[in-house]
Design a binder for this molecule. Structure first.
Ligand SMILES: Nc1ncnc2c1ncn2[C@@H]1O[C@H](COP(=O)(O)OP(=O)(O)O)[C@@H](O)[C@H]1O
Ligand SMILES: [Mg+2]
Length: 215
């Protein structure tokens, strides 16, 4: 494996509508303005093998897809994205900003789908070979507010299916909180119910603290 210690691996986590995509774009701009080489990415990141695995996972025809198979396939796609995009960028000393990473699998498949966070972590450990993020910004928003933001953006009504989903999303939220408590030095919780400018300011501060401590 390449020496990735020169780079900085930062991930954004949080439920739907917590602001990950908005914040990551602002962080990219800010870091670039401050002279950092930045690679902004998200899984499967346009890596052809990872895209194919993802389309396999999401294929509606394969209703027989087992939850563990799904977890293994996501881990495989993650692996390919790491090898092709993340490892080389870190080896060059870039700041890699990744929209979702292994904590998403722990929260969504481990907790919300019920596979167990430890089991999903074990599978992912094989895939990532210890390449955990240096810093994770966990955008904490009430799951219903997160979904409502997306609905406002799409201008549609709250429906019965969204209520089903609400239970799922609250399990995801609970799992993220558990992870943040378990790994306080890596995972920084950000109050993402604040106005966007304040959310961004808090994120910037956490990134700055991390960079100061490292250098
Ligand atoms: N702190 C905030 N306050 C109000 N609206 C927000 C905030 N953060 C994000 N939004 C809005 O919520 C919607 C979803 O944001 P997005 O960044 O796409 O979230 P995610 O990528 O986490 O799903 C967008 O319309 C965005 O403008
Ligand atoms: Mg997004």
């Amino acid at each position: 494996m390449q020496d990735t210690s020169k780079g900085n691996f930062i991930t954004l986590e949080g439920g739907e509508g917590s602001g990950k995509t908005t914040v990551i774009t602002a962080l990219e701009k800010w870091l670039q303005e401050n002279g950092f080489k930045v690679v902004k990415t998200r899984e499967p990141g346009g890596i052809p093998i990872a895209e194919k695995i993802r389309s396999l996972v999401l294929e509606p025809e394969y209703s027989e897809m087992d939850a563990r198979t799904e977890a293994l396939l996501y881990a495989a796609a993650r692996r390919q994205h790491l090898v092709e995009r993340v490892f080389p960028a870190l080896a060059e000393g870039a700041v890699v900003l990744c929209d979702r990473f292994v904590d998403s699998s722990l929260a969504y498949q481990g907790a919300a789908r019920g596979l167990g966070m430890d089991a999903v972590a074990a599978v992912n450990e094989f895939a990532i070979e210890g390449c955990m993020p240096d810093l994770t910004l966990m955008l904490d928003v009430d799951p219903e507010e997160g979904i409502a933001r997306i609905q406002r953006a799409e201008e549609r009504e709250w429906n019965r299916l969204d209520n089903e989903a609400a239970r799922f999303h609250s399990k995801v939220h609970e799992a993220y909180m558990t992870l943040a408590e378990k790994y306080p030095s890596r995972i920084k919780r950000i109050d993402a119910e604040q106005p966007l400018e304040k959310v961004f300011q808090d994120c910037r501060e956490k990134v700055q603290n991390y960079l100061n401590a490292k250098n």
